[in-house]
Design a binder for this molecule. Structure first.
Ligand SMILES: [Zn+2]
Length: 217
């Protein structure tokens, strides 16, 4: 599973402690420990649907610490200043898509300003600047444009003006914002790091062969 604290995958080792059976359900406490960050992931399993043979046929798992849906693991290359808001947005997604969206919109604004070097304005205008400049690949431009459409920015101008504000979200908006952030992380931090690794490897080979290193682009 993916650790909902640090978003790194680990082998799902569980410790189970039976609690008791109430009038409807059998309850079990499940403890997992993330080997990466060392934190517990605690949940309750509720079993029901008792059959003639005395077995429960159905179950549900409720995560209580942290209360989170886990998304794809966050690559290590993503700088903390963005990773922190993104992780918080993932953690709050299940309980409050509004809070999650406020965090992801704010994070998006930081990336556009610091990585895409966009002039600070309101979020909608900043996205427009990125679209006009056409420096990013097409799939990213379309995804960014969709943030305004899915979020119905026209009906909620405050989303654009104060991106960190907690206001109503449209269905799917919170998830979409996180999806776009992941694509931007991949473009700005992960791919360049992969390319650099390959280049360094090649340069080692060239050096061994007595040749000059690859030219910087
Ligand atoms: Zn962890």
């Amino acid at each position: 599973m993916k650790c909902p604290h640090c978003l790194i995958s680990f082998h799902d080792d569980q410790e189970r402690k039976s609690i008791d059976t109430d009038s409807n359900f059998r309850w079990t406490l499940v403890k997992r420990t993330c080997p990466e960050c060392g934190r517990f992931i605690l949940s309750f399993i509720q079993e029901y649907g008792l059959n003639d043979r005395g077995n429960y046929t159905q179950s549900k798992e409720f995560f209580c610490y942290p209360k989170a849906e886990s998304r794809s693991p966050l690559p290590k290359e993503v700088p903390n200043k963005y990773a922190n808001d993104y992780k918080e947005a993932c953690l709050t997604l299940a309980d409050s898509p509004k809070a999650s969206s406020a965090l992801s919109r704010r994070c998006l604004q930081y990336i556009l300003r610091d990585e895409a070097k966009i002039k600070p304005g309101n979020l909608s205008d900043e996205i427009q600047q990125v679209l006009d400049e056409k420096k990013l690949p097409n799939y990213l431009l379309k995804s960014l444009d969709a943030i305004r459409n899915i979020g119905n920015f026209a009906a909620h101008p405050i989303k654009s003006k104060s991106s960190g504000e907690i206001i109503d979200v449209e269905p799917g908006e919170a998830e979409w914002n996180l999806d776009v952030l992941e694509s931007l992380f991949d473009y700005y931090f992960v791919r360049p790091a992969v390319l650099k690794k390959k280049k360094d490897k090649l340069n080692v080979k060239l050096k061994k062969a007595g040749k000059p290193p690859m030219k910087e682009p």
